[in-house]
Design a protein around this ligand. Structure first.
Ligand code: ACO
Length: 386
């Protein structure tokens, strides 16, 4: 079995009408609308509407959905207590996973519904912002039902309304990462749902998959890399050394895209508009050096900038601390997860692949093993080994 098979590369696991990923052409479209058009015309609630309902809203923002989502952001008391009990030192992605799982608590059952999905989208933002405040030792800020989702998320983290430009940057990022075909976290979510388990369990699995640096955990590491490089003059030597050590450059390469990731292109332009000119120039210089060194070191691979490289710069410019980058991605991705959950349940079959077993067969235990017998019907539990 080769590496392509091990990673299920190019294996088609179902049909979908949610997002189109053109790996050879560098395209991404939601319900047929190219991602650049989506970002140009829709805010996050509009994108959520498009992904979940399959058509764009009549106008953006869709007032009804904005209100509906806003009213769902308030957390049930039981969930608040769970979030407030998490050790503040916990990495925020782990805290989000714990807080989200508390949203289920037996009340969310299969099949998933749009209502459950909207609760997930709305409350994921409140769970994360509440924990972010807790991490800083500050009192939680309750949701404001009069604000848009992304503006309120930033306000709940910072404790005061945030400038429109930072909200705009984060909202563009939310649109750009709201869905992406059969990526690892969406696949994880669909596998869990396919067992007729509930949406919250499935979303929790999605968060677990998204946490890894090969998927959604890269942007904070991109900034760590920029810090380690430090100055433009160091870029070439640092990157050469890293590649010589066979390290992976964070923010480059993609399973699907063998040309430029269209999201990287969009985020580069957003970063150009919101980051400080020095920060942007430095990031762009590192990107150019990295691309040229990757071409030199790995001529056999088609490695380009992926979504995560400029995501780090945009999230930083939106004023977010690095440890919130992965959970921000997850909070945005709840839109796509909801659409995929509804699509999976509408035409479900248990997802259960096979494996090429290579281990021994017919092994036997030596006589030194005692035979385990069923205990007599009553009596104490026998003692364990001394
Ligand atoms: N830097 C250096 N080498 C790389 C990179 C990279 N960023 N990406 C891939 N390669 C090399 C691998 O080392 C591998 O070399 P080998 O054949 O000698 O072992 C070869 O290219 C193929 O890599 P695979 O891991 O098989 O490719 P895959 O499609 O599985 O990986 C992935 C895609 C995981 C994104 C990879 O490119 C990577 O690790 N990138 C860095 C991490 C990153 O940016 N993650 C965010 C991805 S975007 C997202 O999920 C939202």
């Amino acid at each position: 079995m080769d590496a392509r098979q091990r990673g299920l590369e190019d294996v088609v696991v179902g049909r979908s009408t949610i997002s189109w990923v053109g790996g050879e052409t560098g395209e991404l479209a939601y319900r047929g609308y190219p991602i650049a058009e989506v970002v140009r015309h829709l805010g996050y609630e509009g994108t959520l509407f498009l992904l979940v309902r399959g058509r764009p809203p009549e106008r953006d923002p869709p007032a009804g959905l904005v209100r509906d989502l806003a009213r769902r952001r308030a957390l049930p008391e039981a969930v608040r207590s769970v979030v407030d009990a998490i050790d503040p030192a916990t990495p925020p992605m782990d805290a989000l996973r714990t807080g989200l799982s508390a949203l289920g608590a037996g009340k969310v059952t299969y099949p998933p519904t749009e209502e459950q999905g909207l609760d997930l989208v709305a409350r994921a933002a409140t769970v994360l912002s509440r924990f972010a405040r807790r991490r800083q030792g500050r009192a939680p800020v309750e949701p404001d039902a009069g604000l848009g989702h992304v503006a309120d998320l930033l306000r709940m983290i910072e404790g005061r309304p945030v400038e429109a430009r930072r909200v705009w940057a984060l909202e563009c990022y939310f649109d750009i990462v709201a869905d992406h075909g059969m990526n690892a976290s969406t696949f994880a979510l669909r596998v869990v749902l396919s067992t007729n388990s509930d949406l919250i369990s499935a979303a929790t699995a999605g968060v677990g998959a998204l946490k890894g640096p090969l998927h959604g955990g890269a942007p904070e590491r991109v900034l760590d890399m920029l810090d380690a490089i430090g100055t433009p003059e160091n870029a070439e030597g640092w990157i050469r050394d890293a590649l010589a050590r066979k390290e992976r450059l964070m923010g480059f390469g993609h399973r699907a895209y063998k040309v430029q990731d269209p999201r990287a292109e969009l985020l580069r332009e957003i970063a150009r508009g919101v980051a400080s000119p020095e920060r942007f120039r430095f990031a762009q210089h590192v990107e150019e050096v990295a691309l040229s060194e990757l071409r030199r070191a790995r001529p056999d691979q088609r490695l380009y900038t992926n979504v995560e490289f400029y995501a780090g710069i945009v999230l930083e410019a939106a004023g977010l601390p690095r440890e919130l980058f992965p959970p921000m991605f997850a909070v945005a991705r709840t839109a796509g997860w909801t659409a995929h959950a509804l699509e999976q349940a509408a035409n479900n079959r248990l997802i259960r692949p096979d494996v090429d077993y290579q281990g021994p067969r017919g092994s036997t235990f030596p006589p030194s093993y005692a035979l385990r017998q069923p205990p007599p019907t009553s009596g104490p539990v026998p003692p364990g080994p001394a």
